[in-house]
Design a protein. Structure first.
Lengths: 463, 1021
């Protein structure tokens, strides 16, 4: 793993193969490469580490109400109150071990001590022992190396300069002198670890989630009842979202039925919204589009993922397309016609005509609103008017008759060639001279001659 | 019938990342196509025109100088220079635009163009949209350049070419601008399209696949055949190109460079002034009477200088050197012109013609039409003062640094091409880390696989050809290491000046080859660390002896110095301290100054690659007869026993043995510098081989000469430079031999420089009996110094984490009887806590506070703000364990990079002996062929010239052991070789002429024996 810090990349947590080649923790990336040329480094992702730690904290909440985070790599669980419930320390320990292993944490460092810091330091030092007696702490902690202390690099270097290796040596020094040289925090930490000072810590709270279940008194299959449920549910959701400044882009309703297993209905809003009315509008479309499999007894909603709200919500009502709200209109069309029926046309900046467009997501931005980036020839947009309205899916080879390309009639070239030579980098290189051509019928064609094979092709038709 | 045509709009690859052909290629192609003229019009740049000019002159193609510009408001145009004055305008305008913007860009407004529109010809490049705005621009344009403005019509088989042609015709009529055909040429042939697309992608910083319309639609922007042009453009447009070309009569040949004139006092001519300075100098040099030979030499040289009108050049160099000397800055000249009696008289060099007349035959030569060449080295820490002096004296209008054209190398080309092809950064990292595939392309598939890339993928197959194509392309202009150009009039009328990356620096758009070709005077103002060390040493000696002691006071030809060098006892000596030099010294056994000149030049890639080293040694040792294939060759090679060693000799050989004219030999010299880039040596090779065969020389001899020419290409070493370097080598060797303590101080205080760390320099000096005392706040100054007994007291500058100001303050504020305690030190020198801790960690407080841990504890408790000092309560002593010797060593190395206590290996000797690892001293006494094993701190690794061996230097308490590791072993034991701090080597003793090496068979990493000790190694390629 590579970590970016001042002065470049540093190696963290090399695996056994890398270590065998002489790569060590804390080594410069360049130095590691000199030893192991084929070294494969992964970039450290602090955000992912945080996520993992929080997920683990959430899981740990089943063992105690008080879990505190010690980023980047530790959790402290207050288990004094839980021991009886779980049947004693060994039993709790077994459950922890099993649960951690199940989640893929194969070698967790666990330690148990009367104070949070003592447990943390013991674990950091890799001492898997259980200390239950606070009076034993000075001796137990005294054996620990000073590296377990949460110190800045500079203070760490200072401890080394003083030749202090174990906490016992540190504890032997006058505490006022220590505070003067290392600041008050070191002494405070030591006091907390020894239980001489209180160590209040904020408990971990699971992140916000929205869970509601609304019951009807009876199995209902008419739309009105479901709209009624929806109205209540969305109102609560909107209030929840408003309080937190959040929005949702999609959600999934869970419908419970009398006898059948529950069914699900997904709603997409096209854009992030926190507006109950807009959600209801979509729910109405959905109900109109597809009949219910069975009468509904309850409707539930669980939401764990939200997005940031982009703009203050507005009251969208009536016909959104007329009000210039193409996004909502698109969402409704999609619900009505199905996902696959809608598509959009995207321009692609490529000189090759067959690559200059693609089917894309239907985009709420109206055609013509797109920005065309200037091309190398200084033009602001593509050569629209010289291109045919209809482009063949595949260029069609044209036979020659009397040395003239033939497509049901003889084709006469008009004007000069437009030469396109591009795409050598992606396996579909073209080298073509395009011409507008006309036949005696008066029809206009867009044809080209391949500059390599000199063969002729029909590529499009002008209206 | 083919139409006549002159191309007026053509970019070379000096329009960086736009043009895809070298200027020379464009010229050659235009010539082959029968163009009547070619304009090189790089974007706001004249950086490529000298090359184009030389190529065009050779080809007989009229070359037009111009530049394409894009004004800040988007107006695009091409300016062409019809005559010398217009060329000056163009150069000034380009300078204006460049000086106003950051390095690499420019900014020009319409007003700027208007103020330089009086003489230049101008082609307007109309925009894509020919609307009212365009017409307004056209009208404005026509007004600015009355009778000298055109509308350039450029057609590339785009959509609607015919309509555009008609529209341009109409627009031109409306704006009263005559129409002219042009080609917006970006490459000399269509097949460069692929490279041109790649350059565009690199410029845009996007993969090719994402560039889309930003690439050209086709490859029409090349030099097109006249038949096709005739079908593309109206006849009148084509005819107009010739009319414009006919008006451009300017050639770079008409540029006249003039020397600055202010160096000559009123009433004197440059010649009389130079003669006066020289005779004054001679009187100073030869107070006891001048040898007749010198008098004659001076007269001869002065006559030659006068004939070539080079007086101002010598006066200029004299002025710089005299100014530097006035400031106490040590300097020395080198180069062909520097080794002259005149330069000796002027104080530019110390090479005494009375002493070493051998060197003075090859002064400035009349036949070689090259400008005189003098490089001046200055103390590295003070060169900037000299540069600023030159800017002050001549002004930024008249003095600027030469440019260096930074070109694509395999590594940079690979990176940029790889990015353009959309390869991942990690893959590029892996590929560029190991360039072995570059030398053996057949291993490329394997390397690609290693980097996680499918060798059969399209990107992989495109990679190598594109990298090869890009190689050698100019990438940007950088500043030359020290080449200064000064002129009489404003330089900007000769060549554009632009900003360098460094603030306060300006560079010309021409590099040193361009300047040479155009005859512009250049003085190289270079930096040399050894001069700093020597100056400091001389000052210490003068202080101790109580009288001035300068470079000239060092006695010449001291046998003791040569005896020392012959033992390879040369740590710290300029130029001959490397491992390769050290192994040569005992074989060559220098006995006089000229031997040193040879020693300096011999251990270089040129002679090594040319296979000249061993023949020379054998002849010197009398193992093979010294013979010459002819009398003419004898004259050239006699001084080096028949073996060509110097660049000058190779050129002279080309003349006397292969029939080159002096001019051709000079071209050969230039080509030597550039052949890898241009591959241009081939024609010389043929000429040389046939020329030598015709004159009856053996082919083997001729091939050897040619191999040496190739070897010289990158590291050509002329005798004239070797002589000046040898002088400093001698001076530093003398100082090491007779004033080792002062010399150690000088080296330590000039660090970083040279091959060795302070620790190694100190070890070496102590082995020579120099007493070295530790850093101590009670005795040390900022720099290392000599105490009353002649011992070296290490300076505070060695202490890691202590700033210059704090170090000076400690020495300045120290009372005569010393500081009473740490608190007094803190108060008087106003030190902060970090500085005090740095001193404690260096054990520099030992005399005040006991061992370094106590000292650290004590200074940690000091209040560093004065007003609070008295209020802090007294402290209890802290029970801190005294450090062990090993801990002290580790701490010493961490803070100072060295320790005077004991060598770390002395502590390990018992353990080492148990494994039968012998000392360096014991090793040096072993006979040839003996199996032996030793261990030591790795203090140096060197792979000379990227060759097959790695030299490893191991240090223990008795000295250094020299280990040779062949590349096969280096590859299999890479980890030990590069990773070990303490290395054990099992191998075979090689003894040759007093030089002992251990040829490694197996390496063992023993670093863990050292614990936390870290020892810096100096690694060189």
């Amino acid at each position: 793993m590579l970590e970016r810090r001042a002065g470049g990349d540093w190696v963290r947590a090399p695996n056994a193969t890398a270590q065998a080649l002489g790569v060590q923790e804390g080594m410069k990336h360049a130095a590691a490469l000199a030893r192991a040329g084929a070294l494969h480094g992964l970039r450290r992702q602090p955000a992912r580490e945080r996520e993992t730690l929080e997920a683990l904290a959430e899981w740990s909440l089943q063992f105690t109400a008080l879990v505190s985070l010690e980023p980047p790599d530790a959790l402290v669980l207050e288990i004094g109150g839980s021991l009886r419930y779980f049947g004693g320390l060994p039993a709790l320990r077994r459950r922890l071990d099993a649960g951690l292993a199940e989640q893929g944490f194969t070698a967790p460092q666990l330690a148990c001590a009367p104070t949070p810091l003592a447990a943390l330091w013991q674990a950091r030092a890799g001492r898997d022992e259980t200390v239950l007696d606070a009076a034993a702490l000075p001796e137990v902690l005294g054996r620990l190396p000073v590296t377990v202390l949460p110190l800045a690099d500079k203070a760490r270097a200072s401890l080394e300069a003083l030749g202090l290796r174990r906490l016992s040596e540190l504890l032997a020094l006058p505490s006022s002198g220590l505070a003067r040289r290392f600041g008050p925090v070191l002494g405070q930490s030591l006091a907390r670890a020894l239980g001489q000072a209180p160590d209040p810590r904020p408990g971990f709270e699971a992140p916000a989630c929205f869970v509601r279940r609304l019951e009807l008194g009876w199995p209902a299959s008419d739309g009105e009842a479901l709209l009624f449920l929806g109205r209540r549910l969305f109102a609560e959701l909107a209030a929840f979202l408003d309080r937190r400044g959040l929005a949702v882009q999609a959600l999934c309703l869970e419908l419970e039925h009398d006898r059948d297993p529950p069914s699900r209905r997904a709603l997409g809003f096209g854009q992030a919204t926190a507006c109950a009315q807009a959600m209801l509008l979509i729910w109405r479309e959905e109900l109109a589009r597809q009949a219910l499999p069975a009468p509904v007894t309850a409707m539930g909603l669980r939401l764990r993922e939200f997005c940031e709200r982009q703009a203050p919500p507005r009251d969208l009502f009536d016909d959104p397309a007329r009000r210039g709200e193409p996004a909502l209109w698109l969402a409704r069309m999609r619900t009505r016609l199905g996902e696959a029926a809608l598509g959009g046309l995207d321009c692609v900046a490529d000189h090759r005509p067959e690559r200059a467009w693609r089917r894309g997501e239907p985009d709420a931005a109206l055609p013509g609103m797109r920005d065309a980036s200037p091309n190398a020839d200084g033009a602001a947009s593509g050569p629209a008017e010289t291109r045919p309205g209809w482009l063949l899916a595949e260029p069609e080879p044209l036979p020659l008759r009397e040395e003239r390309p033939w497509h049901g009639e003889a084709l006469f070239l008009e004007g000069r060639a437009e030469r396109i030579e591009s795409g050598w980098w992606d396996g579909e290189p073209v080298r073509r001279d395009y011409y507008r051509a006309a036949g005696p019928s008066g029809r206009h064609y867009w044809i080209y001659q391949d500059r390599q094979s000199l063969a002729w092709f029909l590529h499009g038709l002008f209206a | 019938m083919l139409c006549d045509y002159a191309e007026l709009h053509c970019l070379s690859n000096f329009s960086f990342l736009r043009g895809a052909s070298h200027p020379e290629e464009l010229v050659a192609r235009a010539q082959a196509l029968g163009y009547r003229a070619l304009a090189i019009t790089d974007e706001c740049s004249l950086a490529g025109i000298v090359r184009a000019h030389l190529a065009a002159r050779e080809a007989g193609l009229p070359l037009i100088i111009g530049s394409e510009l894009r004004l800040a408001d988007g107006l695009r145009l091409v300016l062409l220079a019809p005559d010398r004055e217009a060329y000056g305008d163009l150069s000034e305008l380009i300078s204006l635009g460049r000086r106003r913007a950051d390095k690499g860009s420019y900014r020009l407004e319409r007003a700027d163009l208007a103020s330089y529109s009086g003489r230049l010809l101008a082609l307007w490049l109309p925009p894509e949209a020919l609307d009212a705005e365009a017409e307004a621009s056209g009208l404005w344009f026509a007004e600015q350049f009355p009778g000298r403005a055109w509308l350039a019509g450029e057609l590339f088989h785009g959509p609607g070419d015919l309509r555009r042609l008609a529209e341009l015709e109409a627009l031109g009529r409306r704006c009263s601008l005559p129409r002219v055909a042009a080609g917006d040429v970006h490459m000399h042939v269509r097949s460069r399209r692929v490279l041109q697309d790649t350059l565009s992608a690199i410029r845009l910083g996007r993969p090719l696949a994402d560039c889309g319309q930003a690439l050209f639609a086709n490859g029409e922007r090349h030099l097109r055949g006249r038949f096709r042009l005739g079908r593309l453009y109206p006849e009148a447009w084509l005819a107009e190109t010739l009319a414009i070309a006919a008006r451009c009569r300017f050639s770079l040949d008409s540029l006249r460079y003039e020397y600055p004139e202010e160096l000559v006092p009123p009433g004197r001519t440059p010649g009389s002034h130079l003669a006066a300075l020289v005779s004054a100098g001679l009187a100073r040099r030869y107070a006891g009477g001048m040898p007749e030979s010198v008098r004659a030499l001076v007269a001869k040289e002065l006559a030659l200088i006068a004939e070539l009108a080079y007086e101002p050049y010598f006066l200029t160099v004299e002025d710089i050197v005299a100014w530097a000397r006035g400031q106490g800055i040590l300097c020395q000249g080198r180069g062909s012109a520097a080794n002259s009696a005149v330069c000796y008289a002027l104080g530019i060099t110390e090479v005494d013609p009375g002493r070493m007349n051998l060197l003075f035959e090859r002064f400035v030569s009349k036949e070689r039409a090259e400008p005189p060449d003098i490089d001046v080295d200055f103390e590295h820490e003070r060169r900037e003062e000299v540069i600023q002096y030159l800017y002050r004296k001549y002004g930024r209008e008249r003095a600027a640094l030469a440019a260096t054209v930074v070109r694509y190398q395999p590594r940079s080309a690979l990176r940029d091409v790889g990015r353009a092809l959309g390869l991942a950064e990690a893959q590029l990292d892996a590929l560029s880390r190991n360039l072995a595939w570059w030398d053996s392309p057949e291993s490329l598939p394997e390397r690609l696989s290693e980097a996680g890339l499918d060798p059969d993928s399209r990107a992989a197959r495109l990679l190598l050809p594109l990298v090869q194509g890009l190689l050698g392309f100019p990438r940007h202009l950088s500043q030359h290491v020290g080449g200064f150009v000064m002129s009489r009039g404003p330089l900007v009328r000769l060549v554009p000046i632009e900003n360098a990356a460094m603030a306060e620096r300006t560079v010309l758009q021409w590099d040193k080859d361009d300047l040479d070709a155009m005859g512009l005077m250049k003085v190289d103002v270079l930096a040399l660390g050894m001069l700093s060390a020597i100056r400091r040493t001389l000052e210490l000696i003068a202080r101790r002896r109580g009288r001035p002691f300068g470079l000239a006071d060092i006695p010449a030809e001291d046998p003791a110095v040569y005896a020392m060098l012959s033992k390879a006892d040369s740590v710290g000596v300029f130029q001959v301290e490397s491992r390769a030099q050290m192994s040569m010294l005992p074989r060559l056994r220098p006995e006089n100054f000229y031997d040193l000149v040879i020693e300096v030049a011999l251990v270089r890639p040129g002679p090594i690659q040319g296979g000249m080293v061993h023949p020379y040694l054998r002849r010197r040792q009398g193992l093979e007869p010294v013979d010459y294939p002819s009398e003419a060759v004898r004259e050239v090679l006699e001084r080096s026993l028949g073996v060509p060693i110097f660049q000058e000799q190779v050129m002279q050989l080309a003349v006397v043995a292969a029939g080159f004219s002096p001019g051709e030999a000079d071209q050969l010299r230039r080509s030597m510098a550039a052949w890898r880039r241009t591959g241009k040596l081939d024609k010389f090779r043929q000429k040389l081989l046939t020329g030598m065969a015709e004159r009856g020389y053996e082919q083997a001899f001729a091939e050897r000469i040619f191999a040496q020419i190739e070897g010289f290409s990158e590291y050509g070493f002329p005798e004239s430079h070797a002589a000046s370097f040898a002088l400093l080598a001698y001076a530093s060797a003398w100082l090491k031999c007779h004033e080792p303590a002062a010399f150690l101080c000088g080296l330590l205080n000039a660090y970083p420089m040279g091959f060795y760390t302070p620790a190694q320099l100190i070890q070496d000096a102590r082995r020579h009996g120099v007493a070295v005392l530790p850093v101590d706040v009670q005795a040390s100054a900022w720099e290392s110094s000599l105490d009353g007994q002649g011992a070296v007291r290490l300076g505070l500058r060695l202490v890691k984490g202590l700033g210059h100001a704090a170090g000076e303050a400690i020495a300045r504020a120290r009372p005569a009887q010393g500081y009473a305690g740490a608190d007094e030190l803190q108060r008087r020198a106003a030190l902060d806590r970090a500085e005090l801790a740095a001193l404690a960690e260096a054990d520099a407080l030992a005399s005040l506070s006991g061992h370094r841990r106590q000292a650290w504890w004590q200074v940690g408790g000091l209040e560093t703000r004065r007003d609070l000092a008295s209020t802090s309560p007294p402290e209890d002593p802290a029970p801190l364990p005294a450090p062990s010797l090993g801990e002290d060593l580790t701490a010493d190395y961490r803070s100072l990079g060295l320790s005077l206590r004991a060598h770390p290996l002395a502590l390990l000797r018992e353990r080492l002996a148990a494994e039968r690892l012998v000392t360096a001293q014991a090793l040096s006494a072993m006979p040839d062929g003996r199996l032996a094993r030793t261990a030591g701190l790795v203090v140096g690794r060197q792979r000379p010239g990227g060759g097959k061996v790695v030299f490893v230097t191991l240090e223990d308490e008795t000295g250094n052991a020299n280990v040779i590791v062949w590349s096969s072993l280096a590859e299999t034991q890479r980890r030990e070789l590069l990773g070990a701090t303490l290395l054990a080597v099992y191998g075979v003793v090689q003894r040759e002429g007093g030089v002992v090496h251990l040829l490694a068979k197996r390496l063992v990493d023993k670093s863990e024996w050292l614990g936390a000790l870290s020892v810096p190694s100096r690694d060189f390629r």
